[in-house]
Design a protein around this ligand. Structure first.
Ligand code: ADE
Length: 222
């Protein structure tokens, strides 16, 4: 999968080089490139934003600069993701859908967002455009949201995870994130014992116990 990220803070995306994502790039499974939006700035001050028409607080990012940054990246295979708290809420099923595509372009807005004609332009020209939010809270910009999405999406791509069995286990329930609790050595820690059933070797009983625990957790936390 090819991933392009456009931002005025390329350094924010440095973690993409670490850990499993870094390895997947070395292996050629992922091709991730981060682009500095400010390099497309036109005026002497390298401005990327201006005041909103109609008044109001904050600044809006300039459409021409976004157009210059996105035009060379977009093609028929591209899905453009515009990060905004007003977008559709990101979840595991959206991650699964995006893990199937060949090219993702992330547009990280700052301030009061990107001039809406950028979305309109690419939609009108028949590109696939998605406004996405990672949750109902307001971040300083889309960079952290892009990191979250890229991690959740790419770990579903074959070869990215160190141990693909982890994925298989997650997909046993519809919502992979509602997992049962886990324990490791030692069997007793402080005054706490690992549940007896997990030491029993009875795989049927273990599976049943884990399903119950996952359901209980979901009831308590969701
Ligand atoms: N930019 C600011 N807040 C955001 C959020 N919650 N999701 C995506 N992009 C954002």
């Amino acid at each position: 999968m090819k991933i392009d990220v456009v931002t005025i803070f390329p350094e924010y995306l440095a973690p993409l080089q670490l850990s499993l994502l870094g390895k997947a790039q070395d292996q050629g499974i992922l091709d991730i490139n981060v682009h500095d939006l400010r390099s497309k700035a036109i005026d002497n001050h390298h401005a990327v934003d201006d005041t909103p028409y109609g008044g109001g607080a904050g600044m809006v990012m300039l459409p021409e600069i976004w157009g210059q940054a996105l035009d060379p990246l977009m093609n028929q295979d591209s899905d453009l993701i515009i990060l905004t708290p007003a977008g559709k809420r990101f979840d595991q099923s959206m991650a699964a859908k995006f893990s199937q595509v060949s090219h993702l372009v992330f547009a990280c807005g700052r301030y009061e967002g990107i001039d809406d004609r950028v979305r309109m332009h690419y939609e009108e020209n028949n590109y696939r455009v998605h406004e996405v939010s990672i949750g109902d809270y307001v971040l300083g910009g889309g960079e952290v949201a892009a990191l979250v999405m890229i991690e959740a999406i790419t770990r579903l791509i074959p070869g990215v995870l160190g141990n693909p069995q982890s994925l298989e286990q997650e997909s046993h329930n519809d919502e992979g994130y509602l997992e049962y609790p886990n324990f490791t050595k030692p069997a007793q820690w402080r005054d706490l014992q690992v549940p007896e059933v997990l030491l029993s070797g009875n795989h049927k009983e273990i599976e049943k116990w884990r399903a119950e625990q996952a359901a209980e957790r979901a009831k308590k936390n969701r």
